[in-house]
Ligand binder design. Structure first.
Ligand code: IFM
Length: 449
């Protein structure tokens, strides 16, 4: 297939629907010691033996720090409406309270270049690269970090104001809190049940404290927060409560405080001994109105109660999986969106801020045939269309990722890009999935002329 097919009556065909590609700072930039940047927790984590596969790190990554201009040109060539990127906190505030103009300049040239090419910019403030100097004071276990995050939001939004079209406070607080501070699989590598929940509360508090700051400094921009969400299904009829609980910890725990002003009872009860200290007024801060919710969807889970009554997930061996073992299940995206719409009566518009598949992609004679990713994207675009037809307001879709990049604890062996990166030469090659995106967007542009 050389072009994704959208149904003739699909809202995804309209020019109001936003198509984009997404990246994040630490995963693509490199230049970790350039432009006044200081280390983030990921620089430290990567230097800790055994933490990242193959000893990989983001020192160079896709060298976007130097190749940003050609990368923006490439993004534009895809025909997308928007580019979703993140800002590296330690480039902007390399020391506590010290603003680095070079950091602001770096992102300003990217934003200007996108605008000059008619693309909107969606900027995430926190995609996991916490300055190491804040981790040295406890990181997200320290309530003070929430206030530091609001200060950082103040610096960025005061400088850029409405020049940034869409602001995102946090990307996937579940991952920052639970992989970083509960299970120790991500930076800073802390393992502790109480720590995970405490970090999650401070992340959400940081989000809430940043919201009025962003609204004040960028009154005409759009403001929200991005969650990963994995819908859960029961293995048998007896396992519905197991599936419900998986969803409660995976995304209700993070979305409920924003949209309902409370944490879900199911988690409070099951994890009663691990609950963080929630001060009076915190939930009012966290539930400040948002303009949109970003949803990152990759796969589903199937849950059951095992013989001991514990909840566990069960791999669906008969289904198709990606290279890294994630089940391909587009129906899960429709179900998820419909479930969110049902759970939150006041659901703001949704952007699918990430969706994609990792492959073992090789560039052969200048071509990358990632046919599984092509089918994956096609299936998920249909899933979004179905959700819209079921009454959910979805305003956009961003492919994860623009190009192969540093996939956190898995290093460079997991390739999520629509564009192949040769890490030896930094040559970019559009994979079939990117060409199909380009052709679909070209056709849509023609239709909407
Ligand atoms: O690469 C990550 C991204 O940083 C956040 N969402 C999931 C992606 C794939 O694991």
């Amino acid at each position: 297939m050389n072009k994704y097919q959208l149904p003739s009556d699909s809202q995804l065909r309209s020019k109001e629907f936003v198509f984009g590609v997404a990246t994040s700072s630490y995963q693509i930039e490199g230049g970790v010691e350039e432009g006044g940047r200081t280390p983030s927790i990921w620089d430290t984590f990567c230097r800790t033996p055994g933490k990242v596969d193959n000893g990989d790190h983001g020192d160079v990554a896709c060298d976007h720090y130097h190749l940003w201009k050609q990368d923006i040109e490439m993004i534009h060539s895809l025909g997308v409406d928007a580019y979703r990127l993140s800002i590296a906190w330690p480039r902007i505030l390399p020391q506590d309270g010290v603003v680095n103009q070079q950091g602001l300049d770096f992102y300003e040239q990217i934003i200007d270049e996108c605008h000059a090419r008619g693309m909107k910019v969606y900027v995430t403030l926190y995609h996991w690269d916490l300055p190491q100097y804040l981790e040295d004071k406890g990181g997200w276990l320290n309530r003070e970090t929430s206030y530091k995050f609001a200060e950082y939001a103040e610096v960025v939004s005061r400088y850029f104001g409405d020049k940034i079209d869409v602001y995102t406070t946090l990307n996937e607080p579940f991952v920052s809190a639970f992989l970083g501070y509960r299970w120790g699989e991500h930076a800073p590598g802390i393992k502790g049940e109480r720590e995970g929940f405490l970090a999650s509360h401070h992340l959400m508090l940081g989000h809430g404290l940043a919201m009025p700051v962003l609204r004040k400094n960028a009154p005409n921009a759009t403001h929200g927060v991005v969650f990963n969400a994995t819908p859960a299904y029961p293995l048998t009829d007896k396992d519905q409560a197991a599936a419900d609980y998986c969803e409660a910890e995976n995304f209700h725990w993070f979305i409920d405080p924003v949209l309902k002003g409370e944490y879900p009872q199911a988690v409070i009860e099951r994890q009663s001994t691990k609950m963080p200290m929630i001060l009076e007024g915190d939930l009012d801060i966290i539930s400040a109105p948002v303009d949109y919710i970003g949803i990152n969807y990759y796969t589903r889970s199937v849950a059951r109660f095992n013989e001991n009554g514990d909840i566990e997930t069960v791999k669906q061996t008969e289904s198709e999986h990606t290279y890294i073992g994630w089940e391909i299940y587009p129906q899960g995206l429709t179900d998820l969106l419909v479930r969110l719409n049902t759970r939150y009566g006041n659901l703001p518009p949704i952007y699918i801020t990430e969706n994609g598949a990792a492959g073992d992609d090789h560039c052969i004679n200048g071509e990358v045939n990632d046919e599984q990713r092509v089918r994956y994207v096609q299936g998920h675009l249909e899933a979004v269309d179905n959700a819209i037809k079921a009454g959910v307001k979805v305003d956009g879709y961003f492919a994860w990722s623009l190009m192969d990049n540093f996939e956190w604890a898995f290093g460079y062996c997991q390739r999520f890009g629509m564009v192949h990166v040769d890490y030896q030469t930094q040559k970019r090659t559009l994979k079939q999935s990117a060409i199909a995106y380009q052709n679909m967007l070209l056709e849509r542009a023609e239709e909407n002329k």
